[in-house]
Design a binder for this molecule. Structure first.
Ligand code: ZN
Length: 185
């Protein structure tokens, strides 16, 4: 990564995070139809955050790129703190699920813990749910795809209920996305 003591800032913080995340998620695909590369999800989340915050929070956008690195790749908090600073690392830790728990428990924990997260972590949660709902909206969904979308939207709405009020644009984008999803069911 960057040399010791040279903390990345601004555009380089964001592009450095993008490169780091792209490399760590190499070869991973998103679930579902189309098998999009996983990096598409990270780019979408980062861009939603950049637009919603009018390009004013490079650390948040960097954390958006990195948000799944600890959960899904061999990445530690320390590594992120060294490369991208403590705030970025802490936000990523906040949005990392404990993958040793079964899925139902992880989902329930997200609902319960959402209201206690930092503002940045709340925004990443909302952007993540927007991206994941969009990925589940497919033309001519089959029965399993409909059930998966209905289930995901119902859960995402409960998580996002605990994250609202930080950024009106992101709240609205989530609502529009959930509405669009429901219209396809
Ligand atoms: Zn994600």
């Amino acid at each position: 990564m960057n040399g010791a003591g040279e903390m990345l800032t601004g555009i380089c913080l964001v592009t450095g995070a993008a490169e780091f995340a792209a490399r760590r998620h190499t070869g991973m695909d998103r679930k579902g139809r189309g098998n999009e590369p996983y990096v598409n999800h990270l780019a979408e989340v980062a861009n939603l955050l950049a637009v919603a915050t009018s390009s004013l929070d490079a650390e948040l956008v960097a954390a958006g790129w990195l948000h799944d690195t600890i959960e899904d790749t061999e990445t530690t908090r320390e590594e992120l703190a060294e490369g991208f600073g403590a705030r970025v690392a802490d936000i990523v830790v906040e949005v990392t699920d404990d993958m040793s728990l079964p899925k139902d428990q992880r989902r329930q924990k997200q609902i319960e813990e959402a209201p206690h997260k930092s503002p940045g972590a709340k925004l990443i949660k909302i952007a993540d749910k927007i991206s994941n709902i969009r990925a589940r909206i497919v033309p001519d969904p089959n029965e399993a795809e409909r059930a998966d979308l209905a289930d995901y939207v119902a859960w995402a709405e409960k998580v996002v209920a605990g994250c609202r009020g930080v950024n009106a644009m992101l709240d609205q984008t989530f609502d529009k996305t959930a509405e669009l999803a429901r219209s396809t069911l």
